[in-house]
Design a protein around this ligand. Structure first.
Ligand code: MV4
Length: 500
């Protein structure tokens, strides 16, 4: 096993990786920007080194600086976490060139899966169902129109280098195609530096179901079951669970085998996720591969009992997984709520500042992965995720009740958080019934639009605010402190500040 690992990240995921390292006796090296001098991950690591100014582009994204810290400190491996450089081929290559193990897949696998049309072709070659669409990027509006007529409207224009919904445009009729192509291309160019786009048929009201994969260096590829991640807003997931209420044993075996076939054929190694759309008719379609540890990995850990970060470390050293698909069992139900420093009653407006009060939930089968502590700062420069609350229950109903109880105990002062939103989700009839789709948040809460939006948007936002205020189960209000004065529009989605 490695003696020392550098964690090229911050916040809750850096803390999560430090803990896994400490559990197996590995020394940890943290890195921090000027905004993170007193951050929790810096305090918990064995040593910590500055890497630059607050802007991620000048610190957490500086490949040479990170590799240099690894060399200077004698770290034998680098864990990239999620976001930042976790899916960056050049970073994985730079680590390799410096003789430092990148704890993740080979650079070639990152590159292949980063190209969505190449990933779709790999899926087709592996016999994995993909959404009907074009095999390659479309080179002209005429070609796009021909493809769209073949597929039948509505169609989706997607960025070839995309992901996360950026550069995605729905086209419902031929006359909309030209302008949608221009918009999609320009969005793709500014977001990914590549204007290539392709077409897919639209799957209406799908669920987002993804499979956790582990692949070792000896050719063994296993799946650890699925996560349902349909509860999201503007492509940011809010609640995840495992298993999915929509997946039975037969479907799980089919989808899991498909996911493993794809990863095996791609020469994948380490932890990864295969995303699918699950249509209301029960058909599933490959969407994309995430070549990193994901935010929502803990729900898989709680139902399988497998420490995914420990497995990542073992795989990276060349160890065998040492167990087979038949040895992987899922037990009970796990749910995760993402707690962000955002105000759900104001369209999820970011709310940075000092965490003046922090009363954390606890008790049996309650896990809190936090990146902050009482008195610490939530800087404006990064993703607003400050903690993940994850619970386990024997049944889904048991897990939902436990999550409600834990959310009722959870009290944060100084910054607004998404805790009230999650309390409302946990008592929503559709959520309780497991009736989920990617339209859930929009339908149940009006999408939580900004108060300054269009008039129907305002009406819905007011309804959200009311729903969130209608019951406040927290035992005592948090103290009112520090207003979020430092937060600016700069940290909003679309501003170019990287989120996940
Ligand atoms: C789709 C789709 C419907 N049909 N593709 C959004 C993010 C990107 N990774 C893929 N996305 C979608 N692709 C077809 N052919 C609907 C979505 C989608 C979505 C997918 C997963 C989770 C949430 C979503 C929210 C809106 C749209």
């Amino acid at each position: 096993m490695f003696g020392k690992v550098l964690i090229a990240n911050r916040g809750e995921i850096a803390v999560r990786v430090i803990r896994a390292c400490r559990d197996v006796g590995i020394k940890t090296v943290a890195v921090f920007s000027d905004a993170d001098r007193e951050a929790l991950h810096v305090r918990l690591a064995d040593e910590a080194h500055p890497i630059g100014p607050p802007a991620a582009s000048q610190s957490y994204l500086m490949i040479d600086r990170l590799v240099d810290v690894a060399r200077r400190t004698g770290a034998e491996a680098v864990h990239p976490g999620y976001g930042f450089l976790s899916e960056n081929t050049r970073f994985a290559e730079a680590c390799g060139a410096a003789g430092v193990v990148f704890i993740g897949p080979p650079p070639a696998a990152i590159a292949r899966m980063g190209d969505k049309t190449a990933a779709r072709r790999a899926a087709m070659d592996a016999g994995v169902p993909v959404v009907p669409g074009t095999t390659d990027p479309v080179s002209s509006d005429e070609e796009a129109l021909r493809a769209a007529r073949d597929l039948g409207f509505p169609v989706l224009i997607k960025a070839a280098r995309g992901g996360g919904g950026k550069g995605m445009r729905v086209v419902t009729a031929p006359e909309e195609l030209g302008s949608a192509m221009r918009l999609a291309r320009s969005e793709a160019t500014s977001a990914f530096g590549d204007g290539a786009v392709y077409l897919e048929k639209v799957i209406v009201e799908p669920r987002h179901v993804e499979f956790q994969i582990l692949a070792d260096a000896h050719g063994e590829v296993l799946h650890l079951g699925e996560r349902e991640c349909s509860i999201q807003r503007r492509h940011q997931k809010l609640v995840e669970e495992s298993p999915s209420p929509a997946v039975d044993g037969t479907l799980r075996a089919d989808m899991g085998a498909a996911a493993c076939r794809l990863m095996a054929s791609a020469g994948y190694r380490n932890a990864g996720t295969v995303e699918f759309l699950l249509a209301p008719d029960g058909r599933f379609y490959f969407l994309e591969v995430n070549t990193r540890l994901q935010v929502e990995h803990p729900v898989t850990e709680l139902v399988t009992g497998i420490d995914l970060v420990r497995e990542q470390l073992r795989i990276a050293t060349g160890e065998r997984l040492g167990y087979a698909q038949a040895d992987v069992h899922s037990r009970g139900w796990a749910i995760e709520c993402r707690i962000s420093a955002e105000d759900p009653a104001a369209g999820f407006l970011p709310s940075p500042g000092r965490v003046a009060a922090w009363r954390a939930p606890g008790g049996p089968w309650v896990r809190l992965d936090a990146g902050v502590y009482e008195g610490g700062e939530v800087p404006l420069h990064y993703d607003p995720l400050i903690a993940k609350l994850i619970v386990w229950g024997v049944t889904r109903e048991d897990a939902v009740h436990r999550m409600s109880r834990a959310l009722a105990e959870f009290s944060v002062g100084g910054v607004k958080t998404t805790i009230p939103f999650h309390r409302a989700v946990m008592r929503h009839p559709d959520f309780l019934a497991g009736r989920l789709s990617t339209a859930f948040v929009e339908r149940a809460f009006g999408g939580g639009r900004e108060l300054g939006a269009s008039s129907p948007g305002r009406a819905r936002a007011a309804a959200v605010a009311m729903a969130l205020r209608s019951r406040a189960p927290a035992p005592g209000p948090p103290p009112a402190v520090d207003s979020p004065s430092r937060w600016t529009m700069a940290s909003r989605p679309g501003s170019g500040v990287p989120r996940r």
